[in-house]
Design a protein around this ligand. Sequence first.
Ligand SMILES: Cc1cc2nc3c(=O)[nH]c(=O)nc-3n(C[C@H](O)[C@H](O)[C@H](O)COP(=O)(O)O)c2cc1C
Length: 188
Amino acid sequence: MPSSVTTEVTSDAMDPADAVEFRRTMAEFASGVTVVTAVHADEPVGFACQSFSSVSLDPPLVLFCVDRRSRSWRGIRAARRFCVNVLAEDQAELCRRFGSSRGSRFDGLAWTLSAWGTPSLNGVLARIHGDVHSVHSEGDHDVVVGKVVAMERPRSGRPMVFFRGRFGVDAPDDRGAELAWSWLDGWI
Ligand SMILES: Cc1cc2nc3c(=O)[nH]c(=O)nc-3n(C[C@H](O)[C@H](O)[C@H](O)COP(=O)(O)O)c2cc1C
């Protein structure tokens, strides 16, 4: 059984070791993966997003958290309307494409403009189209609350799961190892 790890955070400015431990600890929380898209200045924009959640049923609200330095977020914010594309297990290539700052994200990609003016990605399990309702600046991220305008469930299938910086739930508990993706683009 691997040894237990406890870290107390004693100041707002985390030292680098605490930041590493924060990433490792948060990586124990498995989540689905989405790609949040929008059209800005006639161009599609989008980024891989793990921090997606429902907020309220009445009215229907959702949220995602985004790094304030994100270029895609600048476009989505200006567009004021977005689509959360919920990825399936077999869409790892799509996640890499939208989670990396390298390469052009929509080049050679099959996508369509939805009836709500947002980029719909093919092969996803669900799409939630929404308007930016409010933006809360917290730390180095913005918490974006969206009002749902339409929902789609184009197909059924197994979901993509992100856990310990990898796809799937079988990542080994190698406590000292670097997280596969977290380090590439600075995402938790
Ligand atoms: C699985 C996964 C989940 C991610 N989740 C988020 C997230 O919730 N919020 C965020 O700001 N970035 C997240 N990222 C990082 C962004 O996808 C991407 O690196 C960031 O948008 C930088 O690109 P941009 O400046 O073109 O927007 C995630 C990356 C991956 C691979």
